[in-house]
Design a protein around this ligand. Structure first.
Ligand SMILES: Cc1cc2nc3c(=O)[nH]c(=O)nc-3n(C[C@H](O)[C@H](O)[C@H](O)COP(=O)(O)OP(=O)(O)OC[C@H]3O[C@@H](n4cnc5c(N)ncnc54)[C@H](O)[C@@H]3O)c2cc1C
Ligand code: FES
Length: 234
């Protein structure tokens, strides 16, 4: 069990939970469960690492159903079950970085930008954030990216140039990922996608999270969640 240091509402049904003493690389995720086994929900919920510091990890999550509603009801000083870290995480290279996030899909991109800035301070970073109704956590992204452009109610993939040069990374709803994949392919740009799937074990054992790729089915939890856009069939 991990101690909750804070759990704040930061937007419409969006919460930021900080857990003590955990470690992960950008792009990895934990299976979070509001209580220990033998009470509902029986399965943990995959939530990406939003940020990391010397105290622990933060998770940005959208309250959509039973599991995330129970997480949202938790208070500082209480505990949650946190199993992980899982997943391959983002790759790093000494080049410019451009990220595209849609809705709660912005969650894994903050830690990526922050770590990129620390490792490659001379490189340009930019963030294109899209929201359907209301933005959240934008000032945090402004702090870690050279340029941060927000789109509310439109198509964030139209803002993002997805041009050759930088590494592009996208996370968000499937239609957004498809549009980014198509644009990157047309432009000859290099794009990585962080995918979502319903998950049971989170650790590669149940095959419940597979996605189609040019090399056959792969597990989002173990082989991903980060894949090259050239590889996945969305
Ligand atoms: C690798 C990975 C990382 C993720 N990171 C985050 C994150 O950082 N923040 C965050 O808010 N969410 C994240 N998700 C999605 C999150 O896991 C689901 O929203 C969560 O499991 C919902 O649980 P619930 O019990 O509240 O909802 P449920 O009661 O299980 O479902 C409620 C509704 O949400 C939909 N839903 C459930 N799971 C998913 C999913 N994986 N993708 C799309 N729709 C889903 C259901 O279809 C249903 O309509 C991630 C998913 C994956 C696979
Ligand atoms: S969730 Fe079980 S294999 Fe991916």
């Amino acid at each position: 069990m991990a101690l909750i240091l804070s759990n704040e509402c930061v937007g419409e049904r969006v919460f930021l939970m900080k857990l003590q003493g955990l470690r992960a690389a950008p792009g990895q995720f934990y299976m979070l469960r509001p209580q220990e086994r033998l009470s509902a929900p029986l399965l943990g919920r995959p939530i990406s690492v939003f940020d990391a510091d010397e105290e622990g990890l933060s998770f940005l999550y959208h309250m959509v159903g039973q599991g995330t509603a129970l997480l949202a009801a938790k208070r500082a000083g209480e505990e949650v079950q946190a199993i992980g870290p899982f997943g391959n995480g983002f790759r790093f290279a000494d080049r410019d970085l451009s990220v595209i996030g849609g809705g709660i899909g912005i969650a894994p991109l903050y830690y990526l930008l922050k770590e990129w800035k620390r490792r490659f301070p001379a490189r340009k970073t930019e963030a294109f954030l899209g929201f359907s109704l209301e933005s959240f956590m934008v000032s945090a992204f402004e702090d870690v990216s050279g340029r941060c452009q927000v789109n509310i109610g439109g198509f964030v993939t139209e803002d993002a140039p997805l041009a050759p040069g930088p590494l592009h990374v996208a996370c968000g709803p499937l239609p957004m990922l498809r549009a980014a994949q198509k644009k990157a392919e047309g432009n000859g740009a290099e794009l990585d996608l962080s995918l979502e799937a319903r998950m049971a074990c989170g650790a590669g054992a149940c095959l419940g999270c597979s996605c189609a790729t040019v090399a056959g089915n792969r597990r989002v939890c173990k082989d991903g969640p980060v894949f090259s856009a050239r590889e996945v069939l969305l």
